[in-house]
Design a protein around this ligand. Structure first.
Ligand code: BGC
Ligand code: BGC
Length: 807
């Protein structure tokens, strides 16, 4: 007893010292606004829910609150466990097939639905709902219309257009049988290092509030009108509650240290807008507020959101977010449920979570009342959406009408959005518009690359690995420019490396960030580091060619050197599949008169210094290069003078790539023992290393300073190596201590293959033990006999891998 007391007071003391400068983390509901939902409580629905609840078994209720991923659940599971919802994550496709057709999606939706309604045994039949991240159009579906990412939509400042985009997205979703959209993101991104900045409409709460409201209205339909949640609409999910856009250093899933007032006035704004439109679901953030994960923050989830803000829909957790609450695991978390989460998003470990949640209700750890409240909310929303009467997805109004996906009409909406989203930052000597009759050279790695112009959450989670062929009906920026130029009698040439035989009148260089999602887009700096792009710009300028830079990015970035080398500079964000919207504005008519003027206005402040990572209008000492709201038009004749190019000592960032054509800083590559390592050509010049073992030896990738890989490991990334076997292993081969001999033995000699092992399979990294937070040697490949292989890329990435080698 004594001892416990002493320890406890020591803890308190420690806490007090650490926290003495911080403001108290107290939330007072009375400081928060009240929102009256336009969706009235319907007594008939409430009565029906009450009746159903009375008939449901405890198991049936638990099933409603468990949401697995389609990759880890079968229709039979949905029936047997009475599951109420399922999801597909980014890169979760029906049958795990990347090119699944719309019919595959619909068939699977039917199969899940039928299973949920199959209760001939007398159980209660409740239609299952399927949630998907259609965050910029129905973005997991080949052939869908993909809109500019939210950062571009923010720059349009056109609420009516957002409503229309919501409508189109809902229609395309419904054809494939999906009824729940995990959208819109209503984060107010305040630190541009955050990898999800592009999913945010703006740094400005008011703009986010207004656009969130319209997007929800478009997705769900106008509340209080007949078509609300009708057959051409989906249930929307505003996400991620609360404060995801305000974490320290812009870390994804990080800690937001805002005061209560900042939470309310900045980060909650989008929820107010969404609630004013009657949003029926809200997703909880994977971030923390003042050291405690949002998934466990009862005051914010229940007292504020559900009570004060009057939210009576579904509060869904995010991907294993409950597992991050202290004292919890992916398989067990009464605390998150008691805090107010109605549905656990539990992609993989759902059976164990089901059993544990059931046991927790039986033991009283989760009050029966709390469970009934969650199930009531779920059933209420399903009833409001008419799902009990709707029939199976293919039999619903748009079910199977695949011709409605990617129609001209839909693409025109997206094209308009592209036109209105791009922002003109510099136009010296009236370089733009380009007269239609000119000879234009189009270059840069983004010029003819629909994947790059679309960003993350595009067919794959990270938006990587796509080619133009994956976007039937889509148009690259190059294709749009060519057709605009040619139809005005001019000539356009595409050149991958910027070379030309005949000197063009003007060059358009399309470059910028490559796609990323979530933390993989987190950066230490906002410096755009494209050395090759800068060299290309310089070469063209040296040849006396006026340069137009089209910058693709998910955030404002420090690009002073690029601005200096550009006569005109356009922030094009991530425009999506309708690249011709860019040419609509850039390319004038035959006489050089604009066909469309620029309308885009910055929804994010643009940095003047490499150090301005947190730059938001309204802050003290606000000194951007281009302020919030900036955007030139063709009527402006402003000249931008040369800018300083000093980065102010900013350290460049660490990507998830360790080796790609060469070792990536800060990592170092080394071989020791009976090993020879040589540089060899692969597809890129000197792209790989050939390694030959004649006896005991190893190859390592290491760093002097330990690197934190917790986030990578939480997200279940794998260590992925592209390699070619030349000589099969003679002795066991260990990768970070894990035996991968049998993985290597099956690889054909002389062919490039990919080998991957989930990070969580490694029992420990050298110098780190089991702690992923201090890894010095993430790669150690060792054997004691003959082995010959060549590798070209080593990285952390998501793969389809499930188990661990040898298990
Ligand atoms: C993301 C959510 C998304 C969910 C399902 C999470 O990792 O944070 O935005 O809806 O995954 O894909
Ligand atoms: C999902 C993301 C999720 C991630 C976590 C992806 O497949 O789509 O939503 O955050 O996996 O590992």
């Amino acid at each position: 007893m004594m001892l416990i007391r002493v320890v406890a007071s020591a803890v308190v003391l420690l806490f007090v010292t650490v926290d003495s400068t911080a403001r108290p983390s107290v939330i007072n509901p009375e400081n928060w606004p009240q929102v009256e939902s336009p969706v009235r409580r319907d007594p008939a629905i409430e009565k029906r829910v009450t009746e159903l609840l009375a008939r449901m078994t405890l198991e049936e209720k638990i099933g409603q609150v468990i949401q697995p991923s389609i990759i880890n659940v079968t229709p039979a599971d949905v029936k047997n466990y009475h599951l109420g919802s399922i999801l597909n994550g980014g890169g979760g496709w029906p049958g795990d097939v990347r090119k699944a057709t719309p019919a595959d999606w619909l068939n699977l939706a039917d199969a899940f639905f039928d299973a949920s309604m199959d209760h001939a045994d007398g159980g209660v039949a409740i239609p299952v709902i399927w949630g998907s991240d259609a965050v910029h159009g129905h973005s997991n579906i080949v052939g869908a219309t993909l809109f500019p990412q939210n950062i571009g939509l923010g720059a349009t400042r056109n609420p009516a257009l957002l409503r229309r985009i919501g409508e189109v997205t809902a229609v395309e979703m419904r054809t494939t049988g999906i009824d729940w959209d995990f959208s819109p993101v209503v984060a107010v991104a305040r630190d541009d290092r955050w990898g999800r900045t592009y999913e945010s409409y703006s740094e400005d709460p008011e703009l986010v509030r207004e656009l969130a409201r319209k997007m929800v209205e478009g997705l769900q339909g106008p509340p209080r009108a007949k078509g609300f949640l009708g057959g051409d609409r989906v249930i929307a999910a505003a996400k991620h509650f609360l404060g995801d856009g305000g974490t320290e250093e812009g870390k994804d899933q990080g800690d937001n240290l805002s005061s209560e007032a900042a939470l309310r006035d900045i980060h909650a704004a989008g929820y107010i807008g969404a609630l004013q439109a009657g949003v029926q679901s809200i997703m909880v953030s994977l971030s923390s507020w003042r050291g405690e994960k949002m998934h466990g923050q009862k005051t914010l989830l229940t007292d504020i959101l559900k009570k004060r803000l009057g939210f009576d829909g579904i509060l869904v957790g995010d991907w294993n977010g409950h597992g991050q609450v202290s004292g919890c695991s992916n398989a067990s978390c009464a605390k998150a449920f008691n805090a107010g989460i109605d549905i656990f998003m539990v992609p993989e470990d759902w059976k164990a979570l089901y059993d544990n949640t059931l046991a927790q209700v039986r033991s009283g750890e989760i009050p029966q009342k709390r469970l009934d409240d969650a199930v009531r909310r779920i059933l209420r929303v399903k009833m409001r959406a008419g799902l009990f009467e709707a029939g199976k997805p293919s039999a619903r109004p748009l079910g199977g009408q695949f011709a409605r996906i990617g129609t001209r009409e839909h693409r025109d909406v997206a094209r308009q959005a592209v036109r209105e989203s791009i922002v003109l930052l510099k136009n010296n000597n009236a370089t733009l518009p380009i007269a239609g009759g000119k000879h234009v050279l189009v270059t840069g790695d983004g010029a003819d690359n629909i994947g790059k112009q679309s960003g993350g959450w595009t067919l794959t989670w990270q938006g990587d690995g796509n080619t133009n062929a994956d976007f039937p009906g889509g148009t690259s920026i190059w294709a749009g420019i060519r057709s605009a130029i040619e139809s005005a009698g001019g000539r356009a040439t595409l050149s991958a490396d910027g070379s030309f035989t005949e000197k063009p009148d003007v060059a358009v260089i399309v470059f910028g960030e490559s796609p990323y999602a979530e933390f993989q887009g987190d950066r230490k700096t906002i410096v755009y580091e494209g050395e090759d792009d800068l060299a290309l710009l310089r070469r063209l300028r040296k040849a006396g060619i006026p340069t137009v830079s089209l910058f693709l990015s998910g955030r404002p970035m420090w690009v002073n050197p690029f601005l200096n080398e550009s006569d005109a500079f356009v922030a094009a964000w991530l425009p999506g599949t309708e690249g011709d919207g860019v040419a609509d504005v850039l390319v004038g008519d035959g006489e050089g008169k604009p066909r469309h003027d620029f309308r885009g206005k910055l929804a994010f402040s643009w940095p003047k210094l490499a150090t301005q990572v947190v730059l938001n209008h309204g802050q003290t000492k606000y000194d951007p290069l281009f302020p919030f709201g900036f955007g030139l038009t063709y009527k402006d004749a402003k000249t931008l003078a040369a800018l300083p190019v000093d980065t102010g000592g900013v350290q460049l960032s660490r990507p998830g790539i360790l080796f790609s054509g060469g070792v990536v800083a800060p990592w170092k590559l080394a071989a020791s023992g009976a090993v020879t390592m040589k540089t060899v050509d692969t597809d890129v010049q000197e792209g790989g290393r050939s390694v030959d073992w004649t006896g005991a030896g190893e190859v390592t990738i290491r760093n002097e300073q330990p690197v934190d890989l917790t986030r990578e490991s939480n997200d279940d990334l794998s260590l992925v190596i592209d390699l070619m076997m030349r000589k099969a292993p003679a002795a066991p081969v260990l990768l970070n201590g894990v035996d991968i001999t049998s993985m290597l033995r099956v690889l054909p000699l002389g062919e490039w293959k990919t080998v991957s092992v989930r990070l969580r399979c490694f029992e420990g990294f050298e110098g780190a033990g089991t702690k992923m937070s201090r890894v010095r040697v993430p790669v150690r490949l060792a054997t004691s006999g003959q082995l010959g292989l060549t590798f070209s890329r080593v990285r952390f990435a998501r793969t389809a891998q499930t188990g661990c080698p040898g298990s």
